[in-house]
Design a protein around this ligand. Sequence first.
Ligand code: WTA
Length: 662
Amino acid sequence: MVDNDDSQLEARLPDQQYYRPPSKFVGQANVTDPAVYDRFEEFPEGFEEYAELLDWDSHWEEVLDDSNPPFFEWFTGGTLNASYNCIDRHLDERKNQTALLWEGEGGEQRNITYQDLYREVNKMAAALKEAGVTEDDVVTLHLPMLPALPITMLACARIGAPHSEVFAGFSAQALADRIDDADSDVVVTADGYYRRGDFLDHKEKADEACEAAEKDVDKVLVWERHEGELHPDAELVEGRDVLVSELLANNERARVDPVERDAEDPLFLMYTSGTTGQPKGCQHRTGGYLSYAAGTSKYVLDIKPEDTYWCAADIGWITGHTYIVYGPLALGTTSVMYEGTPDHPHKSRMWELAEKYDVDIFHTSPTAVRMFMKWGEEYLEGYDFDFRHMTTVGEPIQPEAWNWYYEHIGDEDAVIVDTWWQTETGGHLITNLPALDNMKPGSAGKPAPGIQPAIYDDNGDPIEPASGRAGNLVIERPWPGMLQTVYGDDERFINEYWRDFSDVDSDDPEDWVYKAGDGAVHAQDGYYRILGRLDDVMNVAGHRLGTMELESAVAEVPEVAEAAVVAREDTEKGEVPDVYVTLRDGVDRAGIEDKIVAAIEDDIGKFARPNAVVVVADLPKTRSGKIMRRLLENISNGDDLGDTTTLRDPSVPEDIRDQVQG
Ligand code: WTA
């Protein structure tokens, strides 16, 4: 059971006012009939509405096979190909329409039409085969925000090889762990990409990862950021490394038939942080996932083929998989990709792009909104763009930031959807449908069609609906976008997501309840407000980081005796890690902070860099020797210590507090 003996479950926000969706928006929206909710209450048949958005090679026989919970199967007997659905089927109607609109950090532009994408993906599919990839091999990708990334994903999907993209900001060690876990023979990377004007050597991470991995990687395929011009620091390892450009040249006019995949065949893995040191490979299926991605892109994001849609996330995270690549392309729209950061070469970069491409729908994180708000509205001045729809995802958004987004970026005439979901859920689970429900700052809103959330107390009992009381957010019924399992570890899948609130000995699907790991409140108006993680997972700038992962990285520093990592609230990033350590007797203390920061950067990546490293004499512990992280969290956040009576030595946290708060 989750440990929430403190005040983190308190629902603190005062009630907010509602905003009606602008009538201009409602008049053109994809979903305007409230009966949609009733249709999806026909469970599970309601979800066929999403599956019907796709082209199937053979129709499904059963919508949901729930005979072996929690291994729910969707659209069983159906077959399809995701690459065909995102590309080939659009060619008749819109082969010359832009599918991907890519902008490099320095301003280069590539308009990749559906016809271009068809050609590129076919070539890459042939290239992968030439490199030895066969159906069902997991290919690990470590690609930055270049067209190479969606092209490689779709090429994998075309030949039925699940991809496992590792966010480019992850370190070599993190990549090695994921290569090993997925048992990938082939890794696809790029030589470099631009970050704030620097042309980074990215390939070195794949080189180090191959060294660090237990398994022998057969082939590393290397895309060049500037075709025909390898990064000056990149070296090719004889026999292992192959330039993608050479493989593509060998396959210039290749056509690779999309393989017919069973609805339940895996489409991809996406690793995410959990409560242990080892990240989990969330395995997503082909039919259910793609149906759910397309359905929610249409109903929640209001995407139409003629739109220019920009999700300013990185494809290396689930948001980019579902809402830059699979959902938007399945609907045949134009999806924008940007290589760089929002502040380079100037802080109006986003609005410059919004104007240049006349973006209709904009999708970003609360962290980004808080950053734009901090920079100030002057950076928006003079830019002419007009979003009709805006999204937030990944963290709770404070009403203050929501209001700023609404007023300054949306010009008070765009709808905002606050979408709650997870790597595991594949797509949105709690969010309003934009034309049907009023917006309420700070609340994700109603369940998406067909989704049945609830709030349970720590004993596993349901709290009355709309009670306004905080508790554990759970989902009581399966949905097509849900993960199939944790790759290679069904037991962990059950333990992490089901055991706490399910009767795991039962065959009755109704006894199986999915644990989200978040706290939430179901308010009287039926809206859900998400309070944040209840487990040892923090949310740093919208990126999930496990306390245990950070602590194991710190523990690798030889001088460290014990480590505890806690989340400090941060006005911009939401949360940032603070590291508390004790050192071994007699070691040299000099430079220890730098060593610890370096260990985290090496094990996980620079994006996980701690806010502070605090060397203490002792860590607060219970009489049974358990570290009380909650007390450290209170210290980091300047809160009262609270009850310290269960401690072995109550003076320990007081000493730390004096040390930290001076
Ligand atoms: C948090 C990102 C509040 C939550 C799609 C969840 C949110 C975790 C929201 C999943 C939201 C996501 N409001 N919190 N709208 N959306 N979260 O796997 O804690 O990177 O459990 O998926 O982000 O993060 P993940």
